[in-house]
Design a protein around this ligand. Structure first.
Ligand SMILES: *Cc1c(COP(=O)(O)O)cnc(C)c1O
Length: 395
């Protein structure tokens, strides 16, 4: 039998190659940080990690991981409700709730699971999920697993959201679902307006803070801080895999009864392994650090402002951003690939994105800033962008 499938798969793989959509993986031979070494021996500055706070290789988090390895062991070999809950898991859940100003938190193996497991236990045929068109794949999959009626509104378009809310008035419960920061443009969901519309049309609000938690808002509390609606959003999902240390792990945090029901019914929680103590303890340490100081947020915000200003002054077309994502617009797909390749030769690791990841004619290079970057790193990147940009007649 496999012969036939093999032929079919080879054909699909060839089509992906021919369409120029084949994703190959560059191999890193060092820890994840601002300066990394590739397996080719080339040292490059990394501007494409979600390592927003520079915590992926932070000594304090590594120390916390070592401590937990000694005190709590390596693996849990269980789901949470059988024998997979340690004191550390409860502590981390409480710290996350404290960070977001929510009532309770439930941990998952990843934010993909948090989003995959949040809708189905809470909503049914009688309900409505109203989702931003650019929401993350994990939200889309989570919504698919749920029988609620689906509505979609154009990205951050409040007129369209209002229209969808009107259409959904017959349903028993309504929930508006949005990413906090959209990963391709770096734009922020207008949470103040979403919240107003939710009140007007009697809807719940859920925000996925994966790209915004730790990053957005003066103290990094995310979009609810930025829009001054802390504690008002019903459900927040997030990841420990981006700004918060970058290892692995996701969470849903919010209203007490919602979290309690998820512990009873959410399938990725009930039927998947518990997070390992090294990851959990490093997470605890990380939230303690966040409580003590905004140093990393300050540095990240300063780095982002600096980079945006210098790149704009150099003549680049940069999308406005309130996040640490900076889209350098090129509009031409082959150009985005050529430019990223030339930047790598200059020691700057960035990725060019084009259709279907972004709309047709909207190709760009996405730069992700980090508190792990020093000014000299930023200057080196800006100089390389300028050199390559001139050579390719982008500026
Ligand atoms: C990265 C991301 C996820 C997935 O997070 P993981 O913890 O890596 O599974 C979910 N939602 C959004 C918006 C993301 O950016």
């Amino acid at each position: 039998m496999y012969g036939k499938l093999k032929e079919h798969l080879q054909k699909e793989l060839n089509e992906i190659q021919e369409a120029g959509l084949y994703k190959s993986e560059r191999i890193i031979a060092s820890p994840q940080k601002a300066e990394i070494t590739l397996n080719t021996g080339q040292k490059v500055l990394n501007f494409c990690a979600n390592n927003y706070l520079g915590l992926s290789d932070h000594p304090k988090l590594k120390e916390a991981a070592h401590e937990a390895l000694n005190s709590h062991g390596f693996g849990m070999s269980s789901v949470r409700f059988i024998c997979g809950t340690q004191d550390l898991h409860k502590t981390l859940e409480a710290k996350i709730a404290n960070f977001f100003g929510t009532e309770d938190t439930i941990l998952y193996a990843a934010a993909f699971d948090a989003n995959g497991g949040v809708f189905e236990p809470l909503f049914s045929e009688e309900d409505a999920i109203i989702s931003d068109s650019l929401n993350h794949a994990s939200i889309i999959d989570g919504v698919r697993l749920c029988k609620a009626k689906r509505y979609r509104y154009a990205n951050a378009d409040m007129g369209d959201l209002e229209k969808q809310l009107q259409l959904a008035q017959e349903q028993r419960f309504r929930i508006i679902v949005t990413d906090g920061v959209f990963s391709m443009d770096g734009n922020v969901a207008p949470m103040d307006k979403i919240n107003e519309l939710a009140k007007k049309y009697d809807a719940l609000v859920m925000v996925d803070e994966c790209h915004s938690a730790g990053v957005v808002g003066e103290t990094g509390r995310g979009v609810t801080e930025l829009f001054n609606i802390r504690g008002e959003v019903d459900i927040i999902t997030g990841t420990l895999g981006k700004a918060f240390g970058g290892a692995i792990g996701g969470f849903t945090t919010g209203r007490k009864e919602i979290i309690e029901l998820l512990r009873q019914r959410s399938r990725p929680y009930l039927f998947s392994n518990s997070l390992p103590p090294v990851v959990v303890n490093a997470g605890i340490k990380m939230f303690d650090m966040m409580d003590q100081t905004n140093e990393l947020q300050d540095k990240l915000h300063a780095n982002t402002a600096y980079f945006m200003e210098k790149m704009t002054a150099a003549g680049f077309d940069i999308k406005p951003t309130k996040s640490a994502i900076c889209a350098v617009m090129l509009y031409d797909a082959p150009l985005s690939q050529k430019m990223a390749a030339m930047l790598l030769e200059e020691g700057i690791y960035v990725i060019g994105f084009y259709y279907p990841v972004v709309p047709k004619g909207q190709a760009r290079i996405r730069v992700q800033l980090s508190a792990g970057h020093e000014t000299e790193h930023l200057d080196k990147a800006i100089a390389a962008f300028t050199k390559v940009g001139k050579a390719l007649k982008v500026i």
